[in-house]
Design a protein around this ligand. Structure first.
Ligand code: MLT
Length: 314
């Protein structure tokens, strides 16, 4: 019987599916040094974003046949180390698309109408009617940085809201829904709201810093539901203080939980604890997708979504 370890919270239906297939160890508190010691006993590991599947862990995993990441970003997995040991890394793109899109829209509206601060004031008994002037999103230009599944779905919803859709993604060459840019700086200079949905890579890491903020229109809103490292947080602080950035909604940080308390405490920053995909629906979809793919690999079948699929071909 296959032995499978799950080291981050996984949807209950997904765990049940897994139990029907193998012997499951479910430990969402395990530390990386403990995991390094016991990983040799397991055929499969399933994680979300808490567990870092480092080269050390992969090299200690002498029986490991598959790594499953219930989620989109695989930046917490050393894919290079897994590939050199010919271990497939499966993931669940698409499982959280709708949830991330919906929260992006919610954050956009919340910033444009200052919902969080007005709620706080009203609860304190401060009645600001007549003293508030929000912004309509209709007619505004949303700049979608990263035009994959989430970016494209967001574009459709924003179009229905009467927004203009501009997008930047060097891997996407055409779109019926968006004006696509080759020039990142030009893209940044023409948008009213920036919504980040790019994958974290060495190219996207700190791809938005002081130089990029200085190109943007004064009064831009920023949303980051992708990865914190894509935006240089100190540059974002300066851009908020100088008024270039009118508001920011952040779900992800360079370090999580965030250590940059100045950033999360600005009144015009909405700070969330990396919950873009934290809905019952997204967790069920991502969990069951990943379990199906882990079972597929262990059964000698082709998984749906594998990051290093070339090792399965050879
Ligand atoms: C993802 O990459 O799927 C999301 O950031 C959600 C997560 O990691 O928890």
């Amino acid at each position: 019987m296959y032995k499978i370890i799950v080291t981050d919270k996984l949807n209950a239906d997904a765990i049940e599916m897994l139990k029907g297939f193998g012997e499951v160890t479910y430990d969402t508190e395990i530390k990386s040094d403990e995991l390094k010691v016991i990983i040799k006993d397991f055929d499969a590991i399933i994680v979300r974003s808490r567990t870092k599947v480092t080269a050390d862990i992969i090299n200690a995993a002498t029986n490991l046949k598959v790594i499953g990441r219930a989620g989109v970003g695989v930046d917490n997995i050393d894919v290079k180390a897994a590939t050199s040991r010919r271990i497939p890394v499966v993931f669940s793109p698409g499982g959280s698309t709708r949830s991330v899109v919906e929260i992006a829209v919610g954050l956009m509206v919340a910033m444009a109408r200052d919902i969080v601060n007005l709620d706080n004031e009203t609860k304190k008994g401060i009645w600001l009617k007549g003293k508030v002037e929000g912004t309509e999103l209709h007619g505004k230009v949303i700049g979608i940085y990263g035009f994959g599944r989430i970016g494209r779905e967001l574009a459709k919803i924003c179009m229905a809201m009467g927004m203009k859709i501009h997008a930047y993604d060097p891997y996407v060459k055409d779109s019926d829904d968006a004006i696509l840019y080759n020039d990142f700086n030009k893209f940044l200079s023409e948008i009213d709201i920036l919504s980040v949905h790019a994958v974290l890579t060495s190219q996207t890491n700190h791809s938005i810093g002081t130089k990029e903020f200085n190109i943007m229109k004064k009064g831009i809103y920023i949303i980051n539901l992708a990865r914190g490292e894509i935006i240089d947080e100190n540059s974002l602080i300066n851009a908020i203080e100088s008024g270039i950035v009118k508001g920011a909604a952040l779900d992800v940080y360079e370090h999580e939980p965030p250590v940059n308390t100045k950033l999360v405490n600005f009144k015009n920053v909405i700070a969330l604890p990396h919950i873009g995909a934290a809905t019952a629906e997204a967790q069920k979809k991502s969990g069951t997708m990943i379990v199906k793919d882990v079972i597929a690999v262990l059964s000698g079948k082709k998984p749906e979504s594998c990051v290093n699929s070339s090792i399965l071909d050879g």
